[in-house]
Design a protein around this ligand. Structure first.
Ligand code: IDP
Length: 150
């Protein structure tokens, strides 16, 4: 099983899309093993998006992600990193396929409603930035035998 980091960005919270987005992951069969609402400060935002520090959109990105509360989650499942990336769709919502979160619910790259880790390595890094080990729960879900054959 893999764990990935997912975040409903401030526009997703403001637009009342948190439930819709969380529900998509639940219905898929993924397991939410950690979740909280928080308002990210600039320091954490800059750490989270450190790989984009030199990009022209970096300051706007930090302004955006710190502009209101977000909902942060750890989502677990088989191949969770790639499954969740497929579900959220391309970075630019105008190019994201219908059926994906961004394809269905967003219009603009700078307001693309959701974040998800792009590799196992970034998942581990991002999970440890946002969650302490005791905020992540190991539990059995009753439908597991109905989600996975084995
Ligand atoms: P991702 O979120 O799909 O992994 P990244 O390329 O890692 O995409 O970019 C991180 C975030 O930075 C994007 O989700 C988006 O909010 C923002 N971003 C990326 N490229 C641009 C851009 O060209 N203009 C404005 N914002 C951008």
């Amino acid at each position: 099983m893999e764990r990935t980091f997912v975040m409903i960005k401030p526009d997703g919270v403001q637009r009342g899309l948190a439930g819709e987005i969380i529900s998509r992951f639940e219905r898929k069969g993924l397991k939410i093993v950690a979740m909280k609402m928080l308002w990210i400060g600039r320091e954490l935002a800059e750490q989270h998006y450190a790989e984009h520090k030199e990009k022209p959109f970096f300051n706007a990105l930090i302004d955006y992600i710190t502009s209101g509360p977000v909902v942060a989650m750890v989502v677990e499942g088989r191949s969770a990193v790639s499954v969740v990336r497929t579900m959220i769709g391309k970075t630019n919502p105008a190019e994201a396929a219908p059926g994906t979160v961004r394809g269905d619910l967003a219009m603009d790259t700078g307001r693309n409603v959701v974040h998800a880790s792009d590799s196992l390595q970034s998942a581990e890094r991002e999970i440890s930035l946002f969650f302490k080990p005791d905020e992540i729960f190991d539990y059995a879900k009753v439908d597991e035998d109905w989600v996975y054959e084995k």
